[in-house]
Design a protein around this ligand. Structure first.
Ligand code: UDP
Ligand code: MG
Length: 313
């Protein structure tokens, strides 16, 4: 190994991926053969309870390029990526899932763009194989909404699979917000960004750890941590309803003057209006509460994650 040789660290967050990790290791090694950079795989164990940590522990004994940090419990995928970037000390970091949906064979392409001077090389998926139509539909809708609301321009159809230069990693380490949407943050930091296209594979083995409700949570976190637009919408809805109420009131005044006998029968519409107004107010307060609870959680300044064990080096 010469002193100028650069190092790339693959950050791989995982939760119970014992069938996939050995294959991932082999395919990463194969993909990196002949590349001028040396590499390391930093696994982030996000509270796994299967055999995957044992396999990594054994592998680390024979291959010093394998490292692992183990969380004290499950903290979630986004925080696992964050921890990986905190502990990776390479010249570049590649974030990839452990289920081989992000094919290691794309890494040389990412590296090539990086060598050309790009500081974030994100992988854009051309196809989504093996995912339900519901997930595809929700993902497409989310990206549209996020695009419209957030000031940052997150490229469509990107996941967390990307290469980030050390400079970007160092910038991201300074961002310590709890509700994180990492792919939004890597755009927010700026730097020179470029894309590489690839076909997203189906998960090699095991079940998805991201059921639809978890994806929805991530989407909500993404929107609320990047944009106050929902609050503006709510103000707009309030104005709209006030206007409707005003028009309705005018209508009643005129009605009273023209046909006084019909006005007394309006109790049903009154009940409906009260219900609607009550509902709208509760929705607005609930939305406000979401932002307030975000403030509450951030002011506690708890650590983002806790580490139980470190393996390698
Ligand atoms: N993952 C994690 N913690 C979690 C959930 C998932 O580290 O709480 C890992 C998982 O093992 C995988 C990656 O995050 O390596 C992406 O998860 P998954 O493939 O289940 O999501 P999908 O690709 O179906 O959206
Ligand atoms: Mg997956």
């Amino acid at each position: 190994m010469n002193a100028e040789q650069k190092k790339v660290v693959m950050v791989v967050p995982f939760l119970n991926e014992q069938e996939n990790i050995p294959v991932l290791y082999d395919r990463v090694c194969k993909a990196m053969e002949g590349q001028p950079e040396q590499f390391e795989i930093l696994f982030v164990n996000d509270g796994s309870s299967d055999g995957s940590p044992d396999w990594i522990r054994n592998k680390a004994k024979e291959d010093p390029r394998v490292r692992m940090i183990t969380f004290s419990r499950n903290f979630g995928h986004q925080l696992a990526i964050t921890a990986g970037m905190d502990y990776a000390d390479g010249d570049a970091v590649v974030i990839m899932d452990a289920d081989l949906q992000d094919p290691p064979e794309v890494i040389p392409q990412l590296l090539e763009k990086w060598r050309e001077g790009n500081e974030v090389v994100y992988a854009v998926r051309a196809a989504r194989v093996g995912e339900t139509w519901l997930k595809k539909f929700l993902a497409a809708t989310f990206y549209k909404i996020f695009h419209a609301m957030a000031k940052v321009n997150v490229p469509l159809n990107t996941g967390d699979f990307r290469l980030v230069d050390r400079k970007v990693v160092e910038s991201l380490r300074e961002v310590r917000e709890l509700h994180r949407f990492v792919r939004g943050l890597t755009c927010w930091v700026g730097f020179r960004q470029c894309a590489v296209h690839y076909e997203r594979a189906a998960r090699l083995a095991g079940e998805t750890k991201y059921p639809v409700w978890k994806s929805m949570n991530l989407a909500w976190d993404a929107i609320t941590s990047f944009s106050g637009t929902p609050l503006r919408w709510v103000t707009g809805i309030g104005l709209l309803f006030s206007l409707c109420g005003l028009i309705f009131m005018l209508h009643i005044v005129i009605q009273t003057m023209l046909h006084p006998e019909t006005v007394a029968q309006g109790w049903a519409s009154l009940a409906a209006l009260t219900l609607i107004m009550g509902g709208v107010q509760l929705i607005c307060i609930g939305l406000l509460g979401q932002y307030v609870s975000r403030i509450f959680e951030e002011t506690k300044k708890r650590p983002l994650y806790l580490i139980r064990e470190k393996i390698g080096r």
